[in-house]
Design a binder for this molecule. Structure first.
Ligand code: CP
Length: 306
């Protein structure tokens, strides 16, 4: 089993066979996570740097845990506390870290394209852990894994991504990955949060949340990204919740068979009410557990290619 690229920069253009390989490999690692000793020697001797220039809870901890579960040596870099504050450039920082003989870099950055740039200036395998509004491929892979785990398939499913599509890297990676795997993909949200021309990616556009719930098998509900100025696209969070918030009442009135995903972190009472966030229709913490298995699979498949 191998992938067609030594990097995971996004899901745009990634072949179906590669996505299938990652999902199937993650199934094996998901079993490892249930063992009393959750560790395999697969990446012994490999060194992975987690280069995080932006905040993260789930992605950062699950990558670090995945590396430890695979017996890799792992080092964490945060912008805060680094020599970036003394004026060192991004390129110099990366070249200095590479000089310490590392094999793989997991990178999160607020600027789109940073993972691609890293492939030009280092020889390490690069994994995109979220770059600006561009892509977040391991999030989409764990979303697809979680959907497949609950629904038994991806092909033919009707999946709607709800909310702040315009500011979301999760939306783009989900659209690319789900379309490749044969799902029918829609987006739903206020017109100000749906990029113009998104239909060209082969998705349907809706602005009515009740229709979205009634007409789909799965909703992947996104966070309103206040740190990316999403607040200026809506009159108020209360109004957003009134028109687009997913509540237990809305689900019960429209489609009790729906599966709800959310990549986290949740704005409770905005995109999801707490009775949905903690209720029977969602798999939010399963997504988090599956994220470790997906990241183990990606690290293993890329780390054993060299
Ligand atoms: N879903 C996600 O990327 O969460 P974090 O920002 O906490 O990593």
């Amino acid at each position: 089993m191998s992938l067609s690229s030594k990097h995971l920069l996004g899901l745009y253009g990634v072949p179906k066979e590669d996505i299938q390989t990652i999902l199937d490999t993650a199934t094996t690692f998901r079993e490892v996570l249930e063992r009393p000793i959750k560790k395999v020697p697969t990446l012994q001797g490999k060194t992975v740097v987690n280069l995080f220039y932006e905040s993260s809870t789930r992605t950062r901890i699950s990558f670090e845990l995945a590396q430890k579960r695979l017996s890799a040596d792992t080092v964490n870099f945060s912008k805060a506390g680094s020599s970036t504050s003394k004026g060192e450039t991004f390129k110099d920082t990366v070249k200095n870290i590479e000089a310490m003989k590392i094999d793989m870099i997991v990178v999160r950055h607020s600027s789109a394209g940073v993972p691609h740039y890293l492939t030009k200036i280092t020889n390490a395998n690069i994994i995109n852990a979220g770059d600006g509004r561009h892509e977040h491929p391991t999030q989409a892979l764990l979303d697809m894994y979680s959907i497949r785990e609950k629904m038994g398939k991806l092909e033919g499913l009707k999946i709607c991504i709800v909310g702040d599509i315009a500011h979301s890297r999760v939306a783009l990676s989900n659209i690319f990955g789900l379309k490749t795997m044969g799902a029918e993909v829609s987006v739903c949200g206020p017109a100000t949060m749906i990029p113009k021309g998104i239909e060209k990616l082969g998705v349907n556009v809706l602005h009515d949340i009740d229709k979205a719930i009634a007409g789909h098998d799965v909703l992947n509900v996104l966070r309103i990204q206040l740190e990316r100025a999403a607040g200026s696209s809506i009159p108020s969070l209360r109004e957003y919740h009134n028109f687009f918030g997913i509540t237990a009442e809305r689900i019960e009135n429209n489609n009790k068979d729906i599966l709800i995903l959310h990549p986290g972190p949740i704005n409770r009472g905005v995109e999801l009410s707490s009775d949905v966030a903690d209720g029977p229709y969602q798999v939010i913490l399963d997504q988090v557990t599956n994220g470790v298995a997906i990241r183990m699979a990606v690290l293993y498949l890329l780390g054993t290619m060299n």
